[in-house]
Ligand binder design. Structure first.
Ligand SMILES: Cc1cc2nc3c(=O)[nH]c(=O)nc-3n(C[C@H](O)[C@H](O)[C@H](O)COP(=O)(O)OP(=O)(O)OC[C@H]3O[C@@H](n4cnc5c(N)ncnc54)[C@H](O)[C@@H]3O)c2cc1C
Length: 470
């Protein structure tokens, strides 16, 4: 029996399979079939279709139970913007829902087709259209690692990356992600200036192509592909540096926090700073740095090579021990231990863990202590240093032992009571995973670019509520 607070925290029913009209989907497939000769792919194989209808929502037992049956009836992979327009036109004419997909690494079921219909996978649009020292324009299906390859000859790199850098697409990152590596200095994707513009295609019988620059692009940033098909993005860059990855042991979480605070306030270029408590260090083998005998916490830092002297002074002052220092690489990077990769590794060691996401209050000590007391060893701390609205803050992605939906809802309530800003990773709508409020601009953008409400149905609460009150 689920409590009222769990029902309020996770306000959606399980999704049934194939809830859309198969005849209309067949008509879409027929309309698109001639484009196969020009590279568009229609995925007929049921196993592949099922695999592509999922994303990485299995971190959440709540989502896993409710989304497992959802499945697209047709998967389409276009390779040009003109083909994207053809898919949008066919779906609009036959009133078939479209769910957008990049690499499918989202954690909240964002790319899961709740009503079946067409899954539009964008990995075929992979051109970097332009790259300079200051900015780049890349097609939405371009992998983030490929964008950096194009920027490197210009002495530049991307400002923000998810830890899924090697697999995720830039369109999926902007539509479904929030920040990650780089957030310690550059904040989050939705902060003004981190996305300069986007090119979109509308979902209508005669689709239009729009360039949205500056503020006009904001409503589509982190909207889960509910209010426009993003076909290309223009974003600013950061200077490419000789980044060094560090793995550091600290005797306790308090020592680690003091050391991290000193690194964050020092005048040094820093790209990533994360902190892991003793329980996580014990669970995630690579965090031990090959030195199992050294217990305590771990920090991962990515700093510019010229900052190493300052870093070593800070380590000496806070009993930090440098276990590993090496240049940052693409493959085998410590990056793949940070952000939601930590959760991935911990769950590989013990799938009974799930997680939470929140911003700690500006003075985090009291909330950290109270939550530790409340949850006992059913909670393990993973913290990420971030810049939020211009201030240095701690984002928390703690592991939480799964003890049912009621216990999860209670842990979230406790965090909120302690002044934490919750970003619930166990829900499916843009709003419920964010600050809980409807953004009228996102709903208006859907009205303008997807007037029939076909894009990713069920994921924009503001649109559903508008429908109910109309
Ligand atoms: C191990 C792991 C670590 C992660 N670390 C991070 C992290 O550090 N930071 C972070 O922010 N996230 C993180 N995530 C979540 C996810 O990887 C990122 O958000 C990622 O950038 C999503 O990219 P994708 O190509 O896989 O998008 P998908 O998962 O395919 O799609 C994400 C959302 O965007 C929509 N979408 C995709 N393409 C388009 C398009 N062209 N137009 C409109 N809508 C579109 C989809 O419908 C969906 O709603 C992590 C996930 C995992 C599994």
């Amino acid at each position: 029996m689920t409590s009222a607070s769990a029902r309020a925290a996770f306000p959606f029913p399980p999704v049934g399979p194939r809830r859309h009209d198969p005849a209309a989907v067949a008509a879409v497939a027929q309309a698109l079939a001639p484009l196969a000769a020009e590279g568009l792919r229609l995925v007929a194989n049921p196993e592949e279709r099922r695999r592509l209808s999922r994303d990485a929502y299995d971190y959440s037992p709540v989502l896993t139970a409710r989304l497992a049956a959802a499945e697209a009836e047709l998967v389409v992979r276009p390779v040009t913007v003109e083909q994207v327009k053809a898919v949008a036109a066919a779906c609009a004419r036959h009133h078939v829902p479209i769910t957008m997909r990049g690499a499918g690494t989202g954690n909240y079921g964002q790319a899961v087709p709740l009503l079946g219909g067409v899954l539009l996978t964008m990995t075929g649009l992979q051109a970097v259209r332009s790259a300079t020292a200051d900015r780049f324009t890349a097609e939405a299906g371009c992998r983030l690692v490929a964008v950096d390859e194009a920027l490197a000859p210009h002495g530049a790199e991307q400002r923000l990356l998810p830890s899924t850098y090697r697999t995720a697409t830039i369109g999926g990152f902007v539509a479904g992600g929030s920040g990650g590596i780089g957030s310690v200095g550059w904040g989050f994707l939705r902060d003004p200036g981190n996305v300069l513009g986007m090119e979109i295609v509308t979902v209508e019988p005669q689709p239009r192509r729009h360039q949205l620059m500056g503020d006009a692009a904001v409503p589509l940033n982190h909207a889960y592909g509910t209010n426009g098909i993003i076909v290309a993005l223009t974003m600013p860059t950061a200077p490419l540096r000789r980044w060094q990855e560090l793995l550091v042991a600290a005797p306790s979480l308090d020592h680690g926090l003091a050391l991290a605070d000193q690194l964050c306030t020092a005048a040094l270029p820093i790209k990533e700073l994360s902190l892991y408590d003793q329980q996580i260090t014990a669970m995630v083998r690579p965090l031990r740095g090959g030195v199992a005998a050294i217990g305590g916490c771990r920090l991962i830092a990515v700093v510019a090579a010229e900052a190493m002297e300052t870093v070593k002074e800070a380590l000496a002052q806070h009993s930090g021990q440098l276990l590993l220092q090496r240049p940052q690489t693409v493959v085998g990077s410590l990056r793949e231990l940070t952000w939601n990769h930590t959760t991935l590794h911990a769950r590989a060691a013990d799938p009974a863990w799930t997680y939470l996401q929140f911003l700690l209050p500006p003075e985090p000590a009291a909330a950290l202590q109270a939550l530790s007391r409340h949850q006992g060893d059913g909670l393990a701390w993973h913290l990420e240093a971030v810049r939020s609205q211009g201030e240095a803050r701690w984002a928390a992605l703690p592991l939480l032992r799964w003890q049912g939906a009621d216990a999860l809802a209670e842990a979230m309530e406790t965090a909120q009571d302690l002044g934490c800003t919750l970003f619930n990773p166990h829900v499916i709508t843009v709003e419920d995973g964010g600050l809980g409020v409807v953004d009228a601009d996102q709903v208006q953008a859907k009205q303008a670019y997807d007037p029939a409400g076909l894009l990713n149905p069920g994921k924009l609460r503001g649109w559903l509520e508008r429908g109910a009150s109309a």
